[in-house]
Design a protein around this ligand. Structure first.
Ligand SMILES: *Cc1c(COP(=O)(O)O)cnc(C)c1O
Length: 428
């Protein structure tokens, strides 16, 4: 669907014909019926397009994926059962044992483990680089077997902002795609394809769902990366696939090659499919994404500005603040400079005060989750990253006193009042 983002949020995806349900139906069926053996055989050969088994494709899922593709300005997309599966598939679709890729260091903890531990066990090597490294430093990490460059638009929880234009330039110079996890800003605030990214991933679990209902992920392809120009690097896309009777994805599907391969190979064999019920809920979240994002950002800015004026607060990081080192980049890359609803800060007195402060909050809840309509809070050093020593935390860019405050869409005055009373309790 064409149109402005707000319209795509509300009306994109499902386009009912006369007499069909107004609202996206949940195709709660594992399988799909055909009249002849030949019709079914053509589907298995990928000669015709159609549904046969929900592990590969389901109409509800595909309709929600197409809405996300439209929001990102991409050509094709697929839903996955989680953000973890989305990032795994995004890389594994173009990397195999013996290959290498490069990622920024400050990324979501789960993704870091996936890359540093699990993918290494599969024989895929990763080099981590600081997102703020110079172009020359990043150039040096490329090897002949490097297949991708990866980063998060806004890193969770460090909130560093990726210079997408710079990273895309570097990736393309070395003949590889730039994959960007765009979970935190969502396409409402940033569309990485406009700055040269090739593939975008999402944990739809966060703002897209927005209500902490369902775990899910999505991969979107811009269709811009020329796989054939790097034929030997991406043989999985450019040469015949023996598991599909010698079909070559790029030859047969052009701009749809990457998502088709991820669907018919990875989803077929590994099966991290989104459930149609959950896809329906993600769609419901998407219908208000534009409204929620603007309120999240408006509230987060008020909270960040309030925190900056408080004596007990040692530092505040929010890229819409003039004091942020990412302010200029945020103004350039994000719509109206608005990033997301997550603010990080530290308290004077460190870890101990952070814990006291968090335990005193009433409206903001301590949860692992982030990017939800309800204000929530987490202390990575005690929770998600508690296995790391203080030195390791700093290496990962996480100060031991860092509080991740995910500002919801309640009344900003009530959120600030809650912070105010919790600060008073912590420093009593
Ligand atoms: C949460 C998150 C993920 C992982 O997503 P799940 O849906 O929890 O599997 C990946 N990337 C980012 C930036 C996240 O915040």
């Amino acid at each position: 669907m064409k149109g402005n983002l707000s319209t795509i949020c509300v009306q994109g995806g499902w386009q009912p014909k006369s007499g069909e349900p107004r609202v996206l139906p949940i195709y709660q069926s594992t399988t799909f019926k055909y009249d002849t053996t030949e019709q079914m055989a053509d589907l298995f050969d990928l000669k015709t397009n159609g549904y046969f088994y929900t592990r590969l494709q389901n109409p509800t899922n595909d309709i929600v994926a197409s809405k996300i593709a439209d929001l990102e300005g991409g050509v094709a997309a697929m839903l996955t059962s989680s953000g973890q599966a989305a990032n795994f598939y995004a890389i594994f679709n173009i990397c195999e044992a013996g290959d290498h890729f490069i990622s920024t260091t400050s990324i979501y903890g789960g993704t870091y483990n996936l890359f540093a531990v699990t993918m290494k066990k599969l024989g895929i090597d990763v080099t981590f680089i600081d997102a703020d490294s110079s172009e020359e430093e990043i150039d040096k990490t490329f090897r002949p077997n490097t297949k991708a460059l990866f980063g998060e638009t806004i890193a969770n929880p460090v909130l560093s902002v990726l210079d997408i234009e710079k990273f895309a330039r570097i990736a393309h110079k070395h003949g590889v795609p730039l994959i960007v996890d765009n979970t935190f800003p969502t396409p409402i605030n940033c569309r990485p394809f406009e700055f040269g990214a090739d593939i975008v991933t999402h944990s739809t679990t966060k703002y897209m769902d927005g209500h902490a209902l369902t775990v899910g992920g999505c991969i979107v392809d811009s269709g811009n990366f020329d796989w054939e120009a790097q034929h030997d690097k991406f043989k999985g896309l450019t040469e015949p696939d023996p598991s599909y009777h010698g079909l070559a994805y790029y030859n047969s599907f052009g701009k749809g090659a990457y998502i088709t391969k991820a669907t018919v190979q990875l989803m077929r064999d590994l099966g991290s499919i989104q459930s149609p019920q959950n896809a329906f809920l993600i769609n419901l979240g998407l219908e208000t994404l534009h409204l929620r994002m603007s309120r999240h950002c408006e509230n987060a800015k008020k909270v960040a500005e309030y925190l900056e004026t408080q004596d007990q607060v040692a530092w505040v990081n929010y890229s819409s603040l003039k004091s942020s080192k990412y302010y200029e980049l945020a103004q350039k890359q994000f719509v109206n400079g608005a990033s997301c609803g997550v603010v990080t800060f530290g308290l004077k007195g460190g870890k101990e005060k952070s814990i006291k402060f968090m335990d005193s909050l009433k409206l903001a809840c301590i949860v692992t989750h982030v990017a939800d309509a309800r204000t929530s809070v987490l202390h990575p050093a005690s929770h998600t990253h508690r296995q790391l020593s203080d030195e390791q935390l700093i290496e990962a860019g996480i100060q031991p006193d860092l509080i991740r405050f995910s500002v919801g869409i309640e009344d900003a005055n009530d959120i600030i009042a809650d912070i105010e009373q919790a600060l008073a309790c912590a420093y009593k």
